[in-house]
Structure formats: C-alpha cells, structure tokens
Design a protein around this ligand. Sequence first.
Ligand code: FAD
Length: 564
Amino acid sequence: GRASRSAPLASKLLLLGTLSGGSIVAYADANEEANKKEEHKKKKVVVLGTGWAGISFLKDLDITSYDVQVVSPQNYFAFTPLLPSVTCGTVEARSIVESVRNITKKKNGEIELWEADCFKIDHVNQKVHCRPVFKDDPEASQEFSLGYDYLIVAVGAQVNTFGTPGVLENCHFLKEVEDAQRIRRGVIDCFEKAILPGLTEEQRRRKLHFVIVGGGPTGVEFAAELHDFIIEDITKIYPSVKELVKITLIQSGDHILNTFDERISSFAEQKFTRDGIDVQTGMRVMSVTDKDITVKVKSSGELVSIPHGLILWSTGVGTRPVISDFMEQVGQGGRRAVATNEWLQVTGCENVYAVGDCASIAQRKILGDIANIFKAADADNSGTLTMEELEGVVDDIIVRYPQVELYLKSKHMRHINDLLADSEGNARKEVDIEAFKLALSEADSQMKTLPATAQVAAQQGAYLAKCFNRMEQCKELPEGPKRFRTGGHHQFRPFQYKHFGQFAPLGGDQAAAELPGDWVSAGKSAQWLWYSVYASKQVSWRTRALVVSDWTRRYIFGRDSSRI
Ligand code: FAD
C-alpha cells in the first residue's frame, strides 16, 4: 500500500529531475529506498473475514506499524441481528450493510481489501491461498497467495444441516443478507401461488404452511416477524386465503429459547400459543423433501410427515471447510472450532489468531480452578458451604469465567437449583460441595465455549486490536503499558468476555430482554429498549438513519409485499 502511495511523488520528482538535469533522481531513489526500508519494517497482517470479529479488529487497529491486507468474499459488513427483520421487509437489506472500505478508512494509511475466499491456510509457509469471487470473469478469477507475519482468522461459521437428507436442497437458511432477501421473495411466492385458480384447499394449505426448524433466537425471531407480517400486512392483500395460513416451530429440546432465562422461554411459548404459532417441542427432523418434512417424535419414536410451503432451517452453526482443513494441519482435526488460548492465539501457532464464531477458547483449567476456589472457601474442611459462602464462591467463579453465569442462569441448571432449595422451594442452609462441583462439571462443555454471538466476536476483535496496538510499545518499553500487562508469562492480560445481556424480539411490538444483574423483562418496554440498543449499535450514522427510518416507514405505511 505504502509503496504505491509514494509512487506518484517519486515519479513527479523523477520528471522534475529529468527536466533539471538529473540531480533530483538520486534524491528520488533515496526516498524510495527509505520508503522500502520502512515498508520492510512493517509487519504484514492478513485478516480473513469482514464480519463482527474482523471488522471490530480492523476498526480499532492502529495501522502505523502494520501493513494490513483483508480477504473476504463480502466487501460489506452486515448487521446480522437485524437479518430476521429483512426477511419480511420491516427493514431493507441495504439499511443493514455498510461498505468495509468506508468502515476501515484510516487517516494514517490504507487497508487493502481483496474480494476473495481464502481456501487454504498454509501455516508452515505463513501464506494464505485465495480465490476471487468473480468466477465468471477469467481475468478477475485468478488465484493468488498472500504471505503474513500475523494472521487473524475471522471467517465465522456456516449453516449446519447435521447431514439431514434434503435440507440443503429444500430449506431456506438465514445467515447472509442474500438469504434474507430470498426468504422475503419466498414468502410472497407462497401467497401468490396459493391464490392461483385450480388448486385444491389442501394444496393451498400446504403452500401457506411455514415451518421453522430450530427454537433458538433466530428461529423464534423469524417466526415472530413472519407472524406480524402476515397479520399486519399480507392477509389484507390476500384475504381469500388468510384462514389457511399456519406457522409451525419445531424444536428438538423441551423448550424454545433454552439458552435464555426460564422466565423468558416460558413467556415466549405462551405468547406464541396466543398468537396461534404452533410450537412443537421434542421433535427431531429426519428428512425433508420439496413437499414434506418428516419428523420423529422423541417420546414415542413415531414418524410424522408434515406438508410445507417454505421451511427455515435454523439449528445452529457448523465449520467452514477452510477451518476444518486448517485444524487438520495443526493437530486439531475433528473439532467444531479452532482452539485458542486465552490470548486468542491458535494453540500451537503463535502468529495465528482466531476470533469469533470460528474459534473457541480452550479453558483447560476451568474445573481445576473452580475446585480451588471451593477449597479456599471451605476453610474448616467440612465439605459444606453456607449459602452466603456459596454466593461468594459463585461470584468469584463468574468474575474469572463470565460464561459460567450464562450457564448458571439457563434452564440446564435445574439440578443445581435442586441443590440450593428443597422440594418445597425453601432455600437450604448449606450446600454439599462435592454435589455442587459434580453439577458444575456436567456443565463443563458449555463452560468451555463462549456462545457464538456477535457480542463475543466484537469483543474479541477489539481486544486483539488493543494487543496489536500495544505490541510495539511493549517491545520498546520492557515495563510496558502497565494497565494492560500482567507481568506474567504473557505480554498481555487474557481476553475476558463481558456479557451485556441478550434480547429476543417476540413480535407484536413485544420483546424479552435478559440483562446483567439477573434483570429480566418481557413486553413492550423491552421492545423499546431493543429499538434503542440496536439503533445505537449500528456501525455508521448512515445505517443508523436508514434503520430508524425503515422502522418509522413500517409504522406509517406497513411493509412492502411486492415480489421484486
Ligand atoms: P461473521 O460475522 O459470520 O463473519 C465472517 C466473515 O468471514 C464474513 O465477512 C464472511 O464473508 C467471511 N468469510 C467467510 N468465509 C471466508 C473465507 N473462506 N475466506 C475469507 N473470508 C471468509 N449475535 C448477537 O450477539 N446478537 C444477536 O442478536 C444476533 N442475531 C443474529 C441473527 C442472525 C439471523 C444470525 C445469522 C446471527 C445472529 N447473531 C447474533 C450471531 C452473530 O451474527 C455471529 O455470532 C457473528 O456474526 C459472528 O461473527 P464472526 O465475525 O465470527 O463471523
């Protein structure tokens, strides 16, 4: 980047030099030489991906001492939490995307962006191999490689079909902006087809049966959006078929929103029942065709075939092929996400960092640490703790491992609640340490991984940028920027996730919010909080203005149901 920026200046000097007899040529050469040296000194940083993690790293990175190149198949950043709103036209697709080149504009240099997919990370030779996205243009589709001193892997995750037959061919997914646009067209298509003459009532019913597989936040939010869209806008336009519309939400677990507080998941279930959304829990999808979805009822083993018009598959995330290949190379084959240490460095590759959905911090010592915290609290070695002591212990654990808090609050912890209260719900006076530790150890796998959310990805990107910004300073000042150094075996403090809570919009201008400090709210006030938080979190003033104006437009004119 730097060499090309200095080229016009050098060529002007060369031209001047030629005109004035040649003495400036030497000066121009020296200048270029100096530039080259400076260029040489700069460490090459390659960033893969421009999602939440990649963008928050690039936004906060001081590029004075780095030569930064970015590879991503998207030259834009998409605000994924608003994707469900795009599926029904509550918000327009262009309102939630911002050009990466705009976001990463820097005063002191340039970040280069290549619109390409990285298909291979060669960590031994410190290179990434890439393929431009322009497959139809032979000139613009030639593969290229980039060398790096530091590599930031932030490619996110991909949809996970769990190998279920027919899912890839017959289901919609909601991961990218294009997916949301396709769903929007798909929903309108179902109505346009259902009103055509010559169809039987059964055929019309099938076309208007919308099935959502997965009762996590995305599935629930889409069900809510779709319900609002149909009730508020669509049925006014297609009154002849409004009685035939049905929305079904299929969940394999016992409850929807099971990573949320129990009160929220039961509020959501009750609201959906009132709205006529059919919530089917304890069901596993076995296969999907263009007309039917076959599910197995877990309790009875019975197979049921459900006709459908459109299916959204939203059951969690899987690993991208480039990540699976990289994990094989570094001895992490078979994992879902790249294991890193607490400083986000890939285990075994010091100069490769992994952030966001494609990474997981290996908290190897967590259970050992927890055992030590309990031991310290049990000074009299009685094997039991009073409730007060236990509270202190849990607080200590949460400070060190904030992800445990999420787990403690989720419904999975019912068996821990049984340890804390008797069958009548009265709080016990003491708790047995071993039983409590055993219950926590069952939570081990959940505690090891942070949730795959934008919150985690953005905090990791920002943390890493902070480390990179201080790397030079740390080398020059062995004492280092004190507030950030631990003085221990690593230059920087380990990454600590701070959970700011989570939302679940439930339709009808109601949402559920779970905020730190065990604060749970559901209803219209939570929806207004959702509006303000999501407006404030936009990456630019342009998207903020567009999103707010889309919300206002929807209030005044409703959603647009044209199929374009
Ligand atoms: P991503 O944001 O997915 O970014 C990955 C980037 O890598 C993309 O730019 C992609 O184009 C690029 N890439 C992919 N393959 C390659 C390759 N081979 N080479 C180079 N680049 C590549 N989280 C919340 O916290 N709150 C929410 O409300 C919320 N709502 C959500 C709603 C929906 C519909 C979805 C799908 C997700 C939601 N999430 C939410 C989750 C959140 O979006 C993800 O956790 C987050 O996007 C992860 O960030 P990331 O940077 O790891 O990956």
